[in-house]
Design a protein around this ligand. Structure first.
Ligand code: NAP
Length: 299
């Protein structure tokens, strides 16, 4: 891409940022759409977040993504916040407005777009969430907004699951969510089948041989399993779901679509599925080969 005086910059604010696949998504989209836009990762130290946001505005950046560990911490430095991002309590996309940045959360719409593409419905669904961290909270909101009929939140630290379930019940105005210790999965009713969303860190590279629950009996209860982990692209959780007859998906398309939705917010263009497919291919190629499961090299 030829960079000239008209080229706009978008960036990623996080720490660390070295393993990100976002440049592959955004720079592919910009190139394919012939937009004068480049996307660059910026490693920002803990005590410099406010200065980084202010500096990004001063340098005329069009927008930014925000990643770990700043998705909640960035909120005080924004001029405006979208209502979904406020409800979720996390911002992963900054869009330039007149006097600063407006914060959005595209992670959840990204997961929803991926799920729709995979033919996964949320309405009326009974769902299990494994984990009660930042992403699990957003997933619980998504399930609530899209009409899930029941949410069971299983977490190692059961108090965190209880707090999250309470929050979701207050948010939805109904007794939708309940908490369970991770080890108590045997108490789930026999014969019931669930959509399960794996939102813990367990199973991520390099701990690819681990799953948060390893008992096959648990996986009999899952008709569809979504692991939000994308490295490796086939996790132990996914293998167990499939082994017991369920359908399994990884977090790569969530990552892809959160990027696409951010790109659409920055530029106003609509990214079609053909272009999304090209960005997906580039993103897979950008995964460092040594970080991938040996059987999971890009197609
Ligand atoms: P987080 O806030 O740190 O929460 C981590 C969760 O994992 C907690 O529920 C924690 O349980 C649980 N956990 C960690 N180690 C565990 C262990 N050894 N045994 C059992 N449970 C364990 O993290 P997060 O930001 O929500 O991220 C969660 C996952 O989502 C990560 O794997 C990340 O890769 C993925 N993610 C994917 C995308 C995407 O685009 N696909 C985007 C963002 C995040 P305790 O509460 O007991 O500590």
């Amino acid at each position: 891409m030829k960079i000239d005086g008209y080229t706009r910059t978008c960036g990623l604010i996080g720490n660390p940022v070295e393993h990100t696949m976002s440049p592959a998504i955004h720079n592919t989209l910009a190139e394919e759409l012939s937009e004068k836009l480049v996307y660059v990762p910026f490693r920002v130290p803990e005590d410099k977040l406010g200065e980084a946001v202010e500096g990004a505005f001063a340098l005329n950046l069009l927008g930014c993504n925000v990643t770990v560990p700043y998705k909640s911490r960035v909120i005080p430095f924004l001029k405006e916040i979208d209502s979904l991002a406020r409800d979720i309590g996390a911002v992963n996309t900054l869009v330039r407005v007149e006097d600063g940045f407006k914060g959005y959360n595209t992670d959840m719409p990204g997961l929803y777009r991926a799920m729709c593409g995979d033919g996964v419905r949320l309405e009326g669904e009974k769902a299990l969430i494994l984990g009660a961290g930042g992403v699990a909270r957003a997933v619980a909101m998504l399930l609530s907004v899209h009409g899930a009929s029941q949410i069971v939140i299983l977490n190692r630290t059961v108090e965190k699951a209880e707090r999250l379930a309470e929050e979701i019940n207050t948010f939805s105005g109904r007794q939708l969510a309940e908490a369970m210790a991770l080890t108590d999965y045997g108490a789930l009713p026999r014969g019931e089948k669930y959509l399960a969303i794996q939102a813990t860190n367990l199973g991520m590279f390099p701990r690819v041989e681990e799953a948060v629950i390893e008992d096959r009996a648990f996986y009999e209860k899952i008709h569809t399993g979504y692991d939000l982990i994308f490295n490796p692209s086939r996790t132990k959780f996914m293998s167990l779901v499939e082994e017991m007859g369920g359908r399994a998906f990884n977090g790569l398309r969530m990552l892809l679509y959160q990027g696409i939705i951010a790109y659409e917010l920055w530029t106003g263009v609509k990214v079609d599925e053909e272009l999304a497919g090209k960005a997906y291919g580039e993103m897979r190629r950008a995964m460092k080969p040594e970080e991938q499961h040996p059987e999971q090299k890009p197609e």
